[in-house]
Design a protein around this ligand. Structure first.
Ligand code: CFM
Length: 547
């Protein structure tokens, strides 16, 4: 989806030639592997991309580890679970407040363990003689100090290597202390990326927490859970406000600004709404099977997508009053969005963006660039699976390899007393007739322009090369890339932590993003830096111009 104002393909490098060039520099064996992860996009004829496979040793990847996906991503934003990292101190230290997931306790005294760093601080001695005793002592110490509702234990690489049984220790301490204690076998090496950690986190939260509290919400008519929203830079706060104004009850968010009790009660909602499909689709699937809650995919990045997503939620409830409220909220929000766009878009139109982020933002943020009249020329995920690129229809054809088989698939049955379909067959048919789609995600490639490049698990070398060839106006990635990219004279927007900015979701978030990108792509500061191709023209490839 490009706007009429974006530059024609002919002034850009030929993507097929760029692909060739990227591959050519590798030893043949490496090139043969990488070529399957780099595609010239054709939205009308979605091709198979290689994704969720091991990074080739020696290649500098952007990926993180399984522990990061479990402890940092999924459980990190929950404020009242004491998260103890069983491992060397570095694993805990580097996961300490670095993701900018925010939280808002109801009072200053309310439980909030996010600012703390809990670790068993494993030493050589524990590696040799075992670390279970130390773990038990750490759980006891945390309990004595804080008396939390729940304590979660996260395994790091050495735990799996020496065979400490975090689950047995958790069971023992749960019994002893009378609070919920549960463990995660999320050793860093367990999967090919942090994606495996998401799955492990989903499984254990579902198994140990979801469904523990049946308290209903008779006062609320429209009850949803928001899944895959982690409150980076305050994103969840924006959405909480929108739902409240629409009269939609948010039972739980997985896991931005969340609490243990909200997870425990989340099965009382009537709809699961997924933003980040990659990290949390497992919880949605399991809740549907066990409790009968349907799920839909939405996107609250971009003003147009936010309006579309709110309407989709309203349509599910088939209630004219709710639809009217949603329309009223959209109408209240849009004038500020339009005013900001009118000011900024003349300055951003036609500029080029590249996005390499995680497992959903490289897709979702293209919406905001579309609204800015900018063109996404190359994009890719770090650790997404084929369905996040090609759409969920390819799920049955994804081969389960040894690495994915390593991650447990929980077999879920309908709950004998609490399974309750949320819609009658007639209501479902009616929604289907209106074109309503459940459990549906189109993926990134269907929405990217013809001839754009899609690169999975991009390497450092490939990043540098495409910057030289396309000279984008902004490169979106993370802290590992930021300063390398900026030394090349290209502004880098961190789409993980948002640098110091955000929120970027919803309508006000869109306005924030428009202004931020306008500043970044139009500041004169980059003119004072000589990019390598300006001093060494031989670094620049000759663009291949199509007819
Ligand atoms: Fe989902 Fe995320 Fe993302 Fe992700 Fe992440 Fe993140 Fe991300 Mo960094 S859960 S996949 S594991 S949207 S931490 S909040 S920004 S890589 S694109």
């Amino acid at each position: 989806m490009t706007t009429a104002n974006t530059p024609p393909q002919s002034v850009l490098p030929d993507p097929a030639a760029v692909r060739e060039q990227l591959i050519k520099s590798y030893p043949p064996k490496v090139g043969r592997k990488r070529v399957k992860s780099i595609l010239v996009n054709d939205p009308d004829n979605i091709q198979e991309i290689q994704a969720n496979v091991r990074t080739i040793p020696g290649i500098i990847t952007q990926r993180g580890c399984t522990y990061a996906g479990c402890k940092g991503v999924v459980l990190g934003p929950t404020r009242d679970i004491v998260n103890i990292v069983h491992g060397p101190i570095g694993c805990s230290f580097y996961a300490w407040l670095t993701r900018r997931n925010q939280t808002r306790p109801p009072t200053p005294e309310a439980e909030n363990y996010i600012p703390y760093c809990f670790s068993t601080d494993m030493q050589d001695e524990n590696i040799i003689f075992g670390g279970e005793k130390k773990l038990k002592a750490a759980i006891q110490e945390a309990y004595d100090l804080f008396h939390p509702k729940a304590i979660a234990i996260f395994s790091t690489c050495p735990v799996g290597l020496i065979g400490d049984d975090v689950h047995a220790v958790s069971r023992e301490m749960k019994e002893k202390l009378g609070i919920n204690v549960f463990g995660f076998s999320c050793e860093g090496y367990k999967g090919v990326s942090q994606s495996a950690g998401h799955h492990i986190a989903n499984n254990q939260v579902f198994r140990h927490v979801v469904g523990l509290d049946d308290t209903p919400h008779p006062e609320a008519k429209f009850k949803i859970n928001l899944l895959g929203e982690y409150n980076i830079g305050g994103d969840s706060f924006e959405l909480e406000d929108l739902f409240e104004r629409c009269g939609i009850k948010l039972v739980a968010t997985f896991s931005g600004n969340s609490t243990y009790d909200k997870f425990a009660n989340s099965h009382t909602a009537d709809l699961n709404v997924i933003t980040c499909h990659r990290s949390i689709n497992y919880v949605a699937e399991m809740m549907e099977k066990k409790f009968g809650i349907p799920w839909i995919k939405v996107n609250f990045v971009g003003a147009r997508s936010s309006a579309k997503s709110l309407r989709k939620i309203a349509q599910y409830f088939q209630d004219p009053e709710l639809s009217a409220r949603v329309e009223a909220v959209i109408a209240e929000e849009m004038p500020a969005v339009e005013a900001a766009a009118a000011e900024v878009v003349p300055r951003t139109t036609g500029k080029l963006a590249m996005l390499f982020v995680g497992g959903s933002r490289a897709h979702h943020y293209q919406e905001l660039f579309n609204e800015l009249g900018m063109r996404t020329v190359v994009a890719g995920y770090e650790f997404a699976h084929r369905d996040d690129y090609e759409g969920r229809r390819v799920l049955p054809s994804i081969k389960v390899d040894a690495d994915s088989r390593n991650i447990e698939e929980i077999q879920v049955e309908p709950d004998p007393t609490r399974f309750q379909p949320r819609k009658t067959a007639v209501q479902l048919q009616q929604l289907k007739d209106e074109g309503y789609e459940f459990k549906h995600y189109e993926g990134m490639m269907a929405e990217m322009a013809q001839g754009s490049l899609v690169i999975d698990d991009i390497s450092h070398y490939e990043s540098e090369k495409i910057i030289e060839l396309y000279k984008p106006d902004v490169f979106c990635a993370g802290i590992k890339e930021k300063f390398v990219v900026e030394k090349m004279g290209i502004p880098c927007k961190q789409l993980h932590s948002y640098d110091y900015g955000g929120p970027y979701t919803g309508f006000r978030g869109a306005v924030n993003f428009y202004r931020e990108i306008d500043r970044m792509v139009n500041t004169k500061v980059w003119k004072y830096i000589k990019a390598p191709w300006q001093t060494k023209p031989e670094l620049t490839a000759t663009p291949v111009r199509s007819a």
